[in-house]
Design a protein around this ligand. Structure first.
Ligand code: ADP
Length: 395
């Protein structure tokens, strides 16, 4: 049940009465129902009118006579006669508070007012701080969004530039193809004696020109291959379900001629069970050719290169292991960058282009595969192509 309101009457509506009325108006469980003063324009009377409270100049206070509904009469006139007359006419259950009591009430109300003012002050301060902080955060957020937009724009520009660079590389490399093919054909003709017999020295030099042309033609082919891969997306791969043992076996067989010419034994250990994966078979073959031919190129004669497939429940990997020159720790990251070659590699195989591993890296990335490297300088390297199990098609 809601608490019943205490009904109050104020007698005397000067400055003090108005102050009390003002404070009581803010209190919830209190209703000021009667206000009296002989002056109708006393400040408390005006406030009572504003708040539609009964007010009267009748100093016989007829409404208070024996009125049991009134809980408290506050006598604020300070006149002992008024206090006495109120004491006589009030109902027994009504409390009458006069001079001293009112001083206490004043004190209490004053401290209540002070607490309220303090609270309002802190509330204002808090609201100000919250508004300030919110606007700071909004400002920071705006700046962050602007920065993100700038970065996105920069990124788009860089992508554009990279595309333009690739297109330019493609065009200019393409233009080099024909002149090199022509030089190769002419040197072939000279070497085959089409221009008549040539002295031994000229033959030597022409042979060297032919070799250089071969190397440059390979580099041009690889540059075009890499540039084409750079603009390719995963959705453009020709994905098929492939028998991995068969694909690797075929690649090893095809590369064997290279191993034989370098007096290297190339072997293949397939997975013990059939492994079916989803991949672009031509591209995966290309990737493996790069790893196997590197293993052969950077291995000493009469050493072994072992290709194997490992298949577990969580991972499939193709490993190419050699006992060659190995790779220094500080070169591990760099060997996947375009045109990077270690000095040891350049010494062992001067004809390399430094484009094989970047091509292999791209093919792996397009498939979602990873190429891992384990290598000890001077002892050999193992490159592993890790194929996530999601690419597996079961057996
Ligand atoms: P290239 O072999 O034509 O130089 P790659 O991009 O295929 O270009 O390889 C980059 C470099 O990585 C090589 O020059 C060599 O320094 C190093 N590298 C790659 N494979 C091997 C390997 N099996 N053993 C030692 N070094 C290797």
């Amino acid at each position: 049940m809601p608490r019943r309101k205490d009904i109050i009457a104020i007698v005397g509506a000067g400055k003090g009465g108005r102050y009390i009325l003002e404070t009581l108006l803010r209190m919830k469980d209190i209703e000021v129902r009667y206000v009296y003063d002989s002056d109708p324009n006393a400040p408390g009377m005006l406030l009572a009118k504003e708040n539609k409270i009964f007010c009267s100049t009748d100093t016989t206070y007829p409404e208070l006579w024996g009125n049991r509904k009134i809980s408290i009469i506050l006598e604020v006139t300070g006149s002992a006669a008024v206090f006495r007359s109120l004491g006589g006419l009030k109902a027994q259950s009504t409390s009458l508070i006069g001079a001293r009591g009112n001083r206490m009430v004043f004190g209490m109300l004053a401290s209540e007012n002070q607490v309220r003012r303090d609270l309002e002050h802190y509330k204002d301060k808090l609201e100000h701080l919250v508004t300030q902080r919110t606007s700071e955060l909004e400002q920071a957020n705006k700046q962050l969004n602007n920065r993100l937009e700038e970065l996105a724009q920069l990124n788009r520009k860089l992508e554009d530039i990279s595309q333009q660079k690739t297109q330019y590389l493609l065009r200019s490399t393409h233009q080099l193809k024909a002149p090199f093919a022509a030089i190769q054909s002419y040197t072939d003709l000279i070497l085959r004696g089409y221009t008549g017999e040539i002295p031994e020295k000229t033959c030597d030099i022409t042979n060297k020109i032919k070799q250089r042309c071969d190397t440059l033609s390979t580099a041009i082919r690889e540059m075009l291959h890499l540039a084409n891969l750079q603009v390719l997306t995963a959705s453009e791969l020709d994905i098929e379900t492939v028998d991995l043992n068969a694909l690797v076996n075929k690649t090893v067989e095809e590369t064997n001629i290279l191993a034989e010419s370098g007096n290297i034994t190339l072997t293949f250990t397939p997975a013990s069970t059939p492994v079916k994966i989803q991949c672009d078979p031509a591209k995966l073959t290309g990737l493996l050719q790069i790893l196997i031919s590197n293993a052969i190129d950077y291995s000493p004669a009469h050493s072994k290169v072992v290709v194997s497939i490992r298949s577990t429940k969580t991972r499939i990997s193709i490993q190419v292991k050699d006992k060659g020159i190995g790779i220094r720790d500080d070169a591990r990251e760099k060997i996947f960058s375009e045109f990077y070659r270690t000095n040891e590699a350049a010494e062992k195989n001067p004809n390399g282009s430094g484009l094989g591993l970047p091509i292999a890296g791209h093919i792996a990335r397009l498939h979602g595969f990873k190429i891992n490297l384990n290598s000890t300088e001077g002892k050999g390297s193992t490159f592993s192509v890790r194929i996530p199990i999601k690419n597996s098609k079961g057996s």
